[in-house]
Write a protein that binds this ligand. Structure first.
Ligand code: 5GP
Length: 205
C-alpha cells in the first residue's frame, strides 16, 4: 500500500531511471549523463525538487547551497518548491566574482584533483538556515566543502539532500558522525557486474 505514496512513487521513478539509463562505469562510478549530469530530465528534476521540499519542509530553511554544475538542476527545483533562493558554489574565481568571497578547497571524486570553490559572502548571512543539495554523495568531500562555506558565513546547516548516494562509500557516515541530517533519494548498495543494486532492493538470495 505504501508503494503508492507520492514520495515512494518519486523515489521509484528515480531508481527506474537509474536502472534504465544509468551506466555503471566501474564498481565506484555511475554515469547518469542521460538525465542528470549532461542531458537533464526536467520532469524528473521537478519531482526530485518536490521530494526534497517535502522532506525539509517547515524547518525555516532560507537558502539552498549547491555546487556547479550538476547540483544546480535539482537544487533549483527544490528552491522553487520551497520558495527560496539557490546559490551555487563556483569551482574557480571568475572575473565577476572578485571580492567578499568565501573560499574552500574540494577534492573531486570524478576528476581526482583538488579545486577551489567559492561563493560570494553577499548571498549568505548568519541569519540563514541552509539546505545543501548535490547530485551524488560519495566520500562527502563536496558536501563538506559546501558546509565549510556556509559556516564561514556564520549560517546554520539544516541538512544535506542528495539525489544519488553511493552508500558503499564513506560520505553519509562522515556527515552523520558530525551531526548532519542526510536525506538521499536513491541509495546504492553496490555497483557490480555492470548493474546497480539499491540498498532497499529485496534480497533474492
Ligand atoms: P564526494 O565529494 O562525496 O566524494 O563526491 C560527490 C561529488 O563527486 C558530486 O558532486 C558528484 O559530482 C561527483 N561524483 C561522485 N561520485 C560520482 C559518480 O559515481 N558519478 C558521477 N556522475 N558523479 C559522481
Amino acid at each position: 500500500m505504501g508503494r503508492f505514496h507520492p514520495e515512494v512513487v518519486i523515489v521509484e521513478a528515480l531508481k527506474q531511471k537509474i536502472r534504465d539509463e544509468g551506466i555503471v562505469l566501474s564498481e565506484q562510478v555511475l554515469k547518469v549523463d542521460a538525465f542528470l549530469n549532461h542531458q537533464i530530465d526536467p520532469v524528473l528534476m521537478q519531482k526530485i525538487g518536490l521530494e526534497f521540499a517535502r522532506r525539509f519542509a517547515g524547518q525555516g530553511i532560507t537558502k539552498i547551497v549547491t555546487i556547479e554544475a550538476s547540483g544546480i538542476a535539482p537544487a533549483v527545483m527544490a528552491g522553487l518548491e520551497l520558495g527560496i533562493p539557490v546559490i551555487f558554489a563556483r569551482k574557480f574565481q571568475s572575473l565577476t566574482l572578485k571580492d567578499d568571497l568565501l573560499i574552500s578547497r574540494v577534492f573531486s571524486f570524478t576528476k581526482q584533483t583538488e579545486s577551489t570553490i567559492a561563493i560570494s559572502a553577499r548571498h549568505l548571512t548568519s541569519r540563514d538556515k541552509v539546505l545543501v543539495i548535490d547530485d551524488f554523495l560519495a566520500n562527502g568531500h563536496a558536501a563538506k566543502a559546501l558546509i565549510d562555506l556556509i559556516q564561514q558565513a556564520g549560517a546554520e546547516v539544516a541538512g544535506i539532500g542528495i539525489v544519488i548516494e553511493k552508500s558503499f562509500q564513506d560520505g553519509r557516515g562522515l556527515l552523520e558522525s558530525e551531526g548532519y541530517r542526510v536525506e538521499s533519494l536513491a541509495r546504492i548498495a553496490a555497483l557490480e557486474n555492470g548493474q546497480v543494486r539499491f540498498l532497499d532492493d529485496c534480497c533474492a538470495d
